[in-house]
Write a protein that binds this ligand. Structure first.
Ligand code: CP
Length: 317
């Protein structure tokens, strides 16, 4: 594999191998001496054209634990500010011998465009527009497998602003390929149109509609759920205000203790972060014993180590 752009082109075997590799990386992180020389001499650039805390820091930490040289570039302060195109920025970094470019970008498809046009750089998608966030999905798979022992056969309920969620899109691919049943819930207005009716697929969800069920009634959707994942209500991507109102959203779709009474007793509560606490998820649940939200963040380092290692392995030292 040269690039990680989404999970749609991963086989189940490849997903399982990545989770197993992440397990090994978690063991490295658990030792007293954490640094290993696996990627010594490799250069990793993280190029974030959108805000991030978790993804950016965990990629940097992952690269450093593997002894790679990690360089962070932001849109602001780079020559993007002077109008340099994405392609010319990529070609410039390639000419400097960068091995792996980790890209977050507001435009869906920006990492795919770089992957098509650069021949000596591995591209990792760290979240592009509404399209995909594959390493978030990998760490979500890892967290569920670690906590519940398996993914195959589980009922995974993803709740909220699916329309604007690249995390949901990659999670659907990942959980479905691993044999889980994925159910989406939330307001109809926040579902991709082709998930809830027979309209033409939109460019960001083609093929996904066949992998999921939709039930806008959250109380019914959580029945027998093994995992309930709340998504952030993405106010910055909403045009024309919220539909429905925040008050209505909380009443019908907030993930909270009362709502989980119908889920399995071991139900795991997840959120990719950052959270609007008190809106899509109650504070008590977010920080309670059923929450795996901090474990998701911790898993991000091991999973991203596994991804960076897979892309750069063999061409090692
Ligand atoms: N989940 C996620 O991508 O978080 P950040 O935006 O903080 O990286």
């Amino acid at each position: 594999r040269r690039h990680v752009l989404d999970l749609d082109d991963y086989s189940r075997e490849e997903l399982e191998a990545t989770l197993e590799s992440a397990n090994g990386m978690a063991e490295v992180l658990g030792r007293d001496i954490k640094k290993v020389p696996a990627l010594r001499g490799k250069v990793i650039v993280t190029m974030f054209h959108e805000a991030s805390t978790r993804t950016r820091v965990s990629f940097e930490e992952a690269g450093k634990v593997l002894s790679a040289d990690v360089i962070n570039v932001s849109a602001s302060g780079s020559s993007t500010d002077k109008g340099e195109s994405l392609l010319n920025t990529g070609l410039t970094l390639q000419a400097m011998g960068v091995d792996t470019l980790v890209v977050r970008h507001p435009h869906s498809g920006a990492p795919n465009f770089l992957a098509r046009n650069l021949d000596r750089v591995n591209i990792v998608n760290a979240g592009d527009g509404l399209h995909a966030h594959p390493t978030q999905a990998l760490l979500d798979l890892y967290t569920v497998q670690s906590r519940l022992g398996q993914i195959d056969g589980l009922k995974i309920v993803i709740v909220g602003d699916v329309l604007h969620s690249r995390v949901a899109r990659s999670d659907i691919w990942g959980f479905a390929k691993m044999g889980a049943r994925v159910v989406l819930s939330g307001p109809r207005t926040l579902m991709p149109p082709d998930f809830v009716n027979d309209s033409l697929p939109d460019a960001n969800s083609e093929g996904l509609a066949s992998q999921v069920e939709v039930d806008t009634d959250l109380d019914r959707a959580v029945e027998g759920a093994d995992v309930v994942m709340a998504l952030r209500l993405q106010s910055e991507r909403q045009r024309g205000g919220f539909l429905p109102s925040i008050r209505e959203y909380i009443r019908r779709w907030q993930v909270n203790d009362a709502r989980l009474l119908r889920a399995k007793p071991h139900v795991l509560v997840m959120h990719p972060g950052p959270m609007n606490e008190g809106i899509e998820i109650s504070s008590g649940l977010a920080h309670g014993s059923r929450s795996a939200i901090e474990e998701q963040v911790t898993a991000g380092v091991a999973v991203r180590m596994a991804v960076l290692y897979q892309l750069n392995a063999g061409a090692g030292e």
